[in-house]
Design a protein around this ligand. Structure first.
Ligand code: AR6
Length: 175
């Protein structure tokens, strides 16, 4: 049964997870926020590898190796820009569904997500939390390899909003 945990922390410092998810830009290049932390910790080899995988569209997920990160893989997702890429809830849900599908294809056991689209892309965190948890819950019965999903929130207030969404869901929390 899938275990979901919600923590406050840095997505680039999750050494016990097989993959971390990047809140990427379409070109899969280093940026601010999550993309800055992941590319900074992975080193320039990540951007080099990503050139062949880009560009990606909102909702899409592609996988690379983790380079100098403690994780075997990075799964890069392009979230919707809130109010621009529509329907934003379906596109944001696609990020979580497609990232989990890619993790399954690679037989990964554990995946850590940041709150995709809730920084530069402006998605309200409470709405993003509901979409993320619904998408993970919908995928849960189909997951054979992925046993652990961790949601890594930068602030305590964001962590609480995700925790509230998880409590309202059918998912099993490890807290
Ligand atoms: N660990 C975990 N969460 C973080 C971290 C971190 N190290 N840093 C920021 N957050 P964002 P987006 C939170 O902007 O909205 C980039 O420039 C942050 O507080 O990283 O999908 C890319 O290049 C927020 O709640 O991603 C794209 O152009 C959440 O992670 C664009 O921004 C996502 O913030 C993507 O925007």
């Amino acid at each position: 049964m899938l275990k979901v945990e919600i923590v406050q922390g840095n997505i680039a410092s999750q050494p016990d997870m097989d993959a971390v998810v990047n809140a990427a830009n379409a070109r899969l290049m280093p940026g601010s926020g999550v993309a800055g932390a992941i590319h900074g910790a992975a080193g320039p080899g990540l951007a080099e590898e990503c050139q062949a995988l880009a560009p990606i569209s909102p909702g899409e997920a592609v996988i690379s190796s983790g380079h100098r990160l403690p994780n075997r893989h990075v799964i890069h997702c392009l979230g919707p820009v809130y109010g621009v890429d529509e329907p934003s809830d379906r596109l944001l849900g696609d990020c979580y569904r497609n990232a989990l599908a890619v993790a399954e294809q690679h037989r990964l056991n554990s995946v850590a997500f940041p709150a995709i689209s809730t920084g530069v892309f402006g998605y309200p965190v409470d709405k993003a939390a509901a979409v993320a948890i619904d998408a993970i819950a919908a995928m849960a019965p189909a997951l054979r390899f992925v046993q652990r999903v961790r949601l890594v929130l930068f602030s305590d207030s964001d962590r609480r909003l995700f925790q509230a969404a998880l409590s309202r869901s059918s998912l099993t929390s490890t807290d």
